[in-house]
Design a protein around this ligand. Structure first.
Ligand code: ADP
Ligand code: ASP
Ligand code: MG
Length: 569
């Protein structure tokens, strides 16, 4: 059996769902389980609805209407007209229940995690029902099955813990008896032993698919999404990032833990223990190979497999002379955080035991600060420990690779590349497995840091230079011509790839994020904004590009007076 999971973008509208149907239809398999997310954006809309309703904001009705319109439109575009009425009436009845629940939250001006889970479940329930009906209407041998009858959890609403024993029994019993070639199930949703609705956490449809794959010993788990695999870095931040052909379970787990959103981190565990391969594919480019996640020994090659990043991190540092040699301080520190359900993304401790520092999500910062200070009230009052130091607005970047341990100098290369580009490092952690080196930096430096590291480890022969040029007289215009030529003719080992981001003469200046098209620089500059040296300097800082170079092609002493400011940065 194969399990295919399609994410929110893949099922966002009728046109995309037809693409999904094509992929499933072309699969030469007898038994397929199709796990689907809610139509893209619907989960966010449902959460917004509960928030508005519980705040007694009438506009919750607008988001309900938007939810209704999206689903009705999708049905009308997918299902032949003669089959629509039964499907529309079932969907409308579900939408009525949803409306009643939202109205309840409005009337009592309250939302509980239990009610939120109940409401947010409608996203996947509706999408899976509509998609299964569409499959059936095209003559496919398909059926719908409610995954709340298969996946059982505890009652931690919002991110429930799966009870594998009963889930495995349910899945085995159902799938060994089903006669349908294709079973469509909703991702993300589950139910507790008492029968209450629960969910598996944001992004949890990947996990639903993995839980079912493991329960029925599937031969493969396919995750269909909107990019062509797991990339060497977040493709939205690093344009040069490429899909990784093969990667080990452990590497994929590290990359997703540190922010590669393409796979929900808990997804790997259930399939790893059964050695079921995961294939990540692009719904909109199915011909592309994608990424195969498999056992370590089957994966060859590079020392650094990928770079990932998590933004909106807060560092909590506990420090003080009273910490030295007193056992149990870190235990108490971690206990406070875990009892409040706060997950720790990164830990560092100085060897003197003088301080311990953890990275958590910005969302948890305020509550963590007050809980930790309360837990160490006595030590703080007696000045053995300082009140916990809280720094927000940070991010983690991590280099990941199974073979990093057998290569020397990787961290040196990492930190010197960052240092050269003025990226300040607040904390460092390296896992004992040496599969990961992570650094805490400022959120504002993430784009620069990721691009710097990507260039260093994955584009070894290319170096992008970002030029900010002042002066376009005789020397300046010649210079621009040379840069243009150099782009075309460079054939040396190290390919320098210069682009001009900012250009100014004494009258006007222009900036272009991806590089000024140099064929037209004269026209563009003539139409630019009024030249302003201070603003030019501020823009150089604002772009915050790696390998930024200020070029002075003027003969002006005033411009030369700015050098020290540029050099300082
Ligand atoms: P789905 O809705 O299909 O589950 P997600 O939005 O959860 O899709 O995950 C896919 C997105 O993950 C991509 O569009 C991409 O922006 C983001 N992403 C972040 N890091 C990576 C990475 N290293 N490789 C691939 N995608 C990544
Ligand atoms: N629809 C849910 C979410 O947006 C689950 C998922 O798509 O994986 O988080
Ligand atoms: Mg996802």
């Amino acid at each position: 059996m194969k399990i295919l999971k399609f994410g929110g973008t893949s099922v966002a509208n009728a046109q995309h769902i037809k693409q999904v149907q094509n992929i499933v239809k072309n699969l030469d398999e007898n038994n397929i389980v199709v796990v689907v997310s809610a139509l893209g954006g619907i989960t966010d809309l449902l959460l917004k609805t509960v928030d508005l309703a519980s705040n007694q904001d009438e506009s919750y009705k607008d988001s309900l209407r938007e939810i209704e319109d999206r689903h009705i439109k999708t049905i009308k575009e997918l299902i032949p007209i003669q089959l629509q009425s039964a499907i529309l009436s079932k969907v409308k009845s579900e939408l009525n229940t949803l409306e009643t629940l939202a109205e309840g939250a409005f009337l009592i001006a309250e939302k509980t995690p239990q009610l939120t889970d109940k409401i947010v479940s409608f996203g996947e329930l509706l999408s899976s029902f509509i998609i299964s009906e569409f499959f059936i209407s095209t003559g496919m041998n398909a059926a719908f099955k409610d995954s709340r009858e298969l996946i059982k959890t505890d009652d931690t609403y919002g991110k429930a813990v799966v009870n594998f024993e009963s889930t495995n029994t349910n899945c085995k019993a159902y799938f060994s008896n089903t006669k349908n070639k294709i079973t469509v199930i909703p991702g993300f949703i589950s139910s507790s032993a008492k029968g209450n609705h629960t969910t598996l956490g944001r992004g949890g449809s990947d996990y639903s698919a993995a839980v079912v794959a493991s329960a029925i010993d599937a031969e493969e788990l396919q995750i269909w999404t909107d990019v062509s695999g797991m990339y060497t870095a977040n493709p939205r931040i690093v344009k040069q990032a490429k899909a990784i052909p093969q990667i080990s379970y452990e590497e994929a787990m590290e990359l997703s833990h540190f922010g590669a959103k393409v796979l929900y981190p808990p997804t790997i565990q259930p399939v790893l223990s059964k050695n079921i391969p995961i294939l990540i594919k692009n719904t909109f480019a199915p011909e592309e190979a994608g990424t195969l996640i498999a056992k370590n020994e089957n994966v060859l090659g590079k020392s650094v497999r990928g770079i990932s990043n998590v933004e909106h991190i807060t560092l909590l540092s506990l420090e003080g002379p009273g910490m030295i040699g007193i056992p149990g301080i870190s235990k108490r520190f971690f206990e406070v955080l875990s009892q409040a359900g706060i997950s720790v993304v990164l830990i560092t401790q100085a060897s003197s035991e003088h301080s311990i520092c953890v990275g958590i999500s910005d969302n948890d910062a305020i509550i963590a600060e007050s809980l930790v200070n309360a837990a160490f009230e006595y030590e703080i009052a007696t000045q053995k420990i300082k009140p916990v130091l809280v720094e927000t607005g940070l991010a983690i970047i991590a280099l990941v690779g199974d073979n990093m341990k057998s290569h020397q100098g990787l961290s040196g290369k990492m930190f010197s590349a960052l240092g050269k580009n003025n990226v300040n490092i607040r904390a460092i952690a390296q896992g004992a497995s040496e599969r990961n080196i992570s650094a805490v930096i400022k959120n504002d430096d993430v784009k620069k840091a990721l691009n710097t590291l990507h260039e260093e480890f994955f584009e070894e022969n290319i170096k992008q230079l970002n030029l900010f040029v002042m002066g376009v007289g005789n020397v300046g215009s010649r210079f621009i011509k040379q840069i243009q030529k150099q782009k075309k003719y460079l054939k040396t080992n190290l390919k320098l790839n210069p682009r001009v981001i900012g250009l100014s003469n004494s009258r006007t200046m222009i900036f272009e994020e991806g590089g000024i098209p140099l064929e037209h620089w004269e026209e563009l500059l003539a139409k630019g904004e009024k030249a302003d040296r201070t603003k030019f300097y501020e823009n150089v800082l604002k772009y915050n590009y790696r390998n930024s170079i200020f070029v002075d092609n003027t003969a002006s002493e005033i411009v030369a007076n700015d050098y020290s400011d540029y050099l300082k940065r």
